[in-house]
Design a protein around this ligand. Structure first.
Ligand SMILES: [Zn+2]
Ligand SMILES: [Zn+2]
Length: 143
């Protein structure tokens, strides 16, 4: 499957050509800070399936954890993929910047212990106090 996404200003466009792994709603404080939202919906995808189409020169990166680098547009700021130095074959793609429907839906809430107090989870998806194991969603699910 071929799915495209872009940032708010449109300067950055990317494409995912391949299967998406598991999708989770991550409530960790870093994802909340990075997005300014109650949680960040993200999919695990193979790094080889991702490519920048335009605007790679506008991509800035922030090391939010020792092995974790979050990409964003330096013009308009949205969170773009997260890269992991200890598992470079996988990245975390926030679904909010997609322009197409990836055809998959979140399967769980993770890091619920860090959830915003002003947000109540009202759906029936499983809730995990921290991250969940790879076997649960296909690819790894840490934020
Ligand atoms: Zn932008
Ligand atoms: Zn997170």
């Amino acid at each position: 499957m071929n799915v495209r996404g872009s940032c708010l200003c449109g300067g950055i466009r990317y494409e995912v050509d391949g299967a998406f792994g598991g999708v989770v709603n991550c409530h960790c404080s870093m994802c909340r800070k990075a997005t300014g939202a109650a949680f960040r919906t993200r999919a695990a995808i193979p790094t080889a399936a991702f490519c920048w189409l335009t605007g790679e020169d506008l991509v800035s990166k922030y090391n939010s954890s020792p092995n974790e680098t979050r990409a964003f547009c330096r013009v308009c700021g949205p969170t773009l993929p997260t890269f992991f130095s200890d598992r470079p074959d996988e990245l975390g793609l926030p679904l909010g910047t997609l322009d197409d429907d990836p055809g998959i839906r979140p399967s769980a809430h993770v890091w619920v212990d860090s959830k915003a107090p002003w947000w109540d989870i009202t759906d029936a998806l499983p809730q995990h106090s921290e991250g969940i194991q790879p076997a649960s969603i296909g690819l790894r699910s840490t934020p």
